[in-house]
Design a protein around this ligand. Structure first.
Ligand code: HEC
Ligand code: HEC
Ligand code: HEC
Ligand code: HEC
Ligand code: HEC
Ligand code: HEC
Ligand code: HEC
Length: 272
């Protein structure tokens, strides 16, 4: 039972606290009764069970330092190092929240098959980030299932911001995407300033219902930055010109007008 941890998340689900509290006690009871601790983690995102390894106990991150000193040293700067756990296991949160309990691994001096390496499967991440499993199941998503893309291509488990290049450095967040998507890097004669705000202003990085993993499938994608309704009372003004009739032709990027959304070599109005 003590492997059931109650983590504090930055973005909590929207149920009221009392409702959640009641659910958690029900949940805890259910866990005790069934002893199937892991299955409970799928019921409420607030309650997570770290991965289990048969016969192994949690020993704490300090123990890992001896043999993995570099990772342990840098881990202080990692987003996940700030995870807060309540309850008796609080001090144990850290390395083992992703790698599972480490006693067998440590006692055997790092024996094979004694510890979980999440590089091989995103399931460990989904244990706590259940919503991401959903996003990667949407019709348009990064191909996680083929192993062509993994969580660690874009996320740092061990050091610094977990979103690679995250924080305020959007240019470097884009670098993550350019590793695989060189076409969008340019250089372009006519840049589109929107890309400087980050690829994720228009794309969902995990998955979306819209083609090309877009945040919106129509002009709304562009109108959030290009909207000037004042041209005339009943016209839609964009870039100082009326677009009322143009928008009937399709989206801004498929109507033969601004196909080169990421940047153009031809003209400032972003054409090919
Ligand atoms: C034991 C539970 C747990 C596991 C396992 C876990 N995470 Fe997290 N993760 C969290 C919590 C809780 C937060 C929220 C921290 C915060 O908001 O301060 C978080 C935050 C994040 C964030 C940043 C969220 C933000 O808003 O900045 C990313 C990205 C992330 N995790 C990716 C991963 C990846 C990739 C894996 C697998 C290698 C993973 N996580 C495994 C619990 C977990
Ligand atoms: C958020 C989840 C998460 C946490 C917390 C975490 N790791 Fe990892 N760890 C990973 C992932 C994902 C990989 C695979 C990384 C890769 O292949 O690049 C990994 C790989 C490793 C490896 C294999 C060597 C390597 O570099 O491929 C070691 C050793 C390791 N972690 C030790 C630790 C230690 C020690 C801590 C605590 C200080 C820790 N990890 C905390 C997710 C995590
Ligand atoms: C007594 C030394 C020792 C201790 C203590 C130790 N490890 Fe290891 N660990 C190793 C050795 C040796 C390897 C194998 C390295 C290799 O195969 O290249 C290893 C490998 C790993 C791997 C990669 C496994 C794989 O299958 O790819 C992970 C993850 C890992 N350790 C995590 C941890 C965590 C988390 C802790 C603390 C709970 C820890 N280790 C404590 C010695 C240790
Ligand atoms: C193609 C790159 C990419 C891959 C692959 C990826 N992510 Fe992300 N992820 C991002 C970016 C960029 C952000 C920050 C922008 C945002 O919030 O949309 C992010 C944000 C997050 C967040 C915090 C914000 C949120 O939406 O809740 C979590 C948690 C997360 N990712 C988990 C994961 C997990 C788990 C995996 C693997 C199953 C994964 N990611 C794979 C790029 C990626
Ligand atoms: C590790 C390599 C890798 C990284 C990093 C990566 N991608 Fe991808 N991306 C892919 C692969 C592979 C596909 C699928 C391509 C295909 O099916 O033809 C893809 C597909 C896409 C698509 C959809 C294309 C389509 O035809 O539907 C978009 C949009 C996209 N990625 C944006 C991003 C963004 C934004 C980032 C950075 C947050 C990013 N990618 C990071 C490998 C990557
Ligand atoms: C202003 C919004 C916007 C921004 C910012 C943006 N994109 Fe796109 N992206 C689009 C649109 C719209 C499409 C669909 C174009 C189409 O269907 O021809 C697209 C398509 C894509 C595709 C699929 C290309 C193909 O030919 O199938 C990839 C990959 C991609 N974007 C990557 C990126 C990367 C990487 C960045 C960051 C440098 C980025 N995008 C920034 C709007 C944007
Ligand atoms: C994040 C904000 C943002 C988004 C979203 C965005 N843009 Fe832009 N766009 C800009 C900025 C900033 C400029 C440069 C200043 C200006 O001309 O308004 C620009 C310039 C342009 C220009 C050049 C105007 C000229 O005459 O030089 C075109 C065309 C354009 N965007 C089309 C689009 C299209 C199409 C979309 C949707 C796929 C889009 N934009 C989405 C911010 C954005």
């Amino acid at each position: 039972m003590n492997s059931l941890l109650n983590l504090k998340r930055g973005k909590a689900p929207s149920q009221p606290a009392s409702f959640r509290g009641r659910w958690m006690s029900l949940l805890a009871l259910a866990c005790l009764l069934t002893l199937i601790v892991i299955s409970c983690s799928t019921v409420d995102r607030l309650v997570v069970a770290p991965p289990q390894i048969p016969g192994a106990k949690f020993i704490g991150s300090k123990n890992c330092e001896e043999c993995h000193s570099e990772i342990t040293r840098d881990f202080k700067t990692a987003t996940h190092a700030r995870l807060q756990a309540k309850g008796p296991n609080a001090a144990d949160m850290g390395c083992e929240s992703c790698h599972g309990p480490g006693s067998l691994h440590s006692d055997s001096g790092g024996g094979r098959q004694t510890i979980i390496n999440p590089a091989k499967s995103p399931n460990v991440c989904f244990e706590c980030h259940l919503d991401k499993r959903g996003q990667f199941n949407l019709p348009h998503h990064h191909p996680l299932e083929t192993g062509k893309v993994t969580c660690v291509d874009c996320h740092n488990p061990h050091r610094g911001p977990v979103v690679i290049g995250g924080g305020t450095s959007l240019a470097t967040e884009n670098e993550t995407c350019f590793k695989c998507h060189t076409m969008q890097r340019g250089p372009f004669v006519f840049e589109h300033e929107a890309t400087r705000e980050g690829c994720t202003t228009c794309h969902e990085p995990h998955g979306s219902v819209n083609a090309k993993m877009l945040m919106a499938r129509d002009a709304h994608l562009c109108l959030k930055c290009h909207f000037q309704p004042q041209v005339a009372s009943n016209t839609l003004g964009i870039g100082g010109r009326s677009h009322t009739s143009r928008l009937r032709g399709g989206t801004c990027w498929t109507a033969g007008c601004h196909e080169a959304v990421h940047g153009s070599q031809i003209g400032s109005s972003l054409r090919y």
